[in-house]
Design a protein around this ligand. Sequence first.
Ligand SMILES: Cc1cc2nc3c(=O)[nH]c(=O)nc-3n(C[C@H](O)[C@H](O)[C@H](O)COP(=O)(O)OP(=O)(O)OC[C@H]3O[C@@H](n4cnc5c(N)ncnc54)[C@H](O)[C@@H]3O)c2cc1C
Ligand code: FES
Length: 251
Amino acid sequence: MKVQENGKVVSNTGVALNLHFIEIKVPKISTQIKPGNFVSLLPPSSSGAFLRRPFSVAGVQDGSLKLVIRDIGKGTHAITSLAPGDCIEVLGPLGNSYPDFEPDKKLWLLGGGTGIASLLFLHDVHGNPADRILWGGKTKDELPMETWVSSSITFATDDGTRGGHGNVVDVARRWLKDDRPDYIAACGPRGLLKGVQQLASEYKIPAWISCEEFMACGMGACAGCAVPLAVGGYARVCADGPVFKAGEVLL
Ligand SMILES: Cc1cc2nc3c(=O)[nH]c(=O)nc-3n(C[C@H](O)[C@H](O)[C@H](O)COP(=O)(O)OP(=O)(O)OC[C@H]3O[C@@H](n4cnc5c(N)ncnc54)[C@H](O)[C@@H]3O)c2cc1C
Ligand code: FES
C-alpha cells in the first residue's frame, strides 16, 4: 500500500558527472519496496518544480532507500542539492515490480544510465553469484568511480573510454558467444530497451524491461505515460508498469 512519508536525507554523494547517490530515510516505504517499484519525490518548493518526480529505487538499507539521481533539470537539481538532515516528501511504493526470479536461475541485468538503479536492487535481492550486471554510459565521465560500486558490475561505454566498447546491447551480444542467462532484466533509454527486446527474442531468452517514460500525475490518472501494447490498446507506465515482459509493449 502506498504511503506518503516525510523522508530525511541521510547522505548525498556526487559519484560521477551530475550523478548522485542519495540515501533517504523512510522507514515505512522501505519495508514494502521491491525491485522495480519507484517512488515519487516532491522537490523543495523553492526549486519552482511543483510536480513530483519519479525515481527507481537502487536498494534498501537500515530503513533508507538508495537512489541514483542524475541532475538534468529543475527538480533533479533541487533534489541533488539536498544535504544530510534535509527533509523531502516521498510517496511510494509505486508501480509494479520484477517477478520473483528463482534463486538458482542466472540473470543478466542490463542497465543504461540511471536505468541501472532498479537493477542494482534486483541484483542485491536475487543474489545469485552467477548473475551478471552491466552498466552502460555514453562516456566514462557518466559512470561512477570504481570505489563506489560493487566489484561485480561490468561497465560499457559507447566511446570505449571505460569497460566494454559499444552500447549495452553490443556487449551483451558479445557475452552470448560463450554464456547464456536464464532471464534478462533491463532498464534504460528506449533504444536500449528496444535492442534488448530484439536480442531476447532472437536468442529466445525470457526478458523483462522497465520503462522510464515521462510522467505527469504518476498515479494512473492522466494517461500522460501511455505506451502502446503489442495486442492493441495502451498501458500506463506508472500504474500498469514500469516493468513489462519483453514484447508486451511496442517501443
Ligand atoms: C519509473 C521511472 C523511474 C525513474 N528513475 C530514475 C532514476 O532512478 N534516476 C534518475 O536520475 N532519473 C530517473 N527517472 C527520470 C526522472 O524522473 C527525470 O529525470 C526527472 O523527473 C526530471 O525532472 P527535472 O525537473 O530535473 O527535469 P525537467 O526540468 O522536468 O526536464 C529536464 C530535461 O529532462 C527531460 N526529461 C524529463 N523527464 C525525463 C524522463 N523521464 N526521461 C527522459 N528525459 C526526461 C526533459 O524533456 C527536459 O529536457 C525515472 C523516471 C521514471 C518514469
Ligand atoms: S503519469 Fe498520469 S497516468 Fe501515468
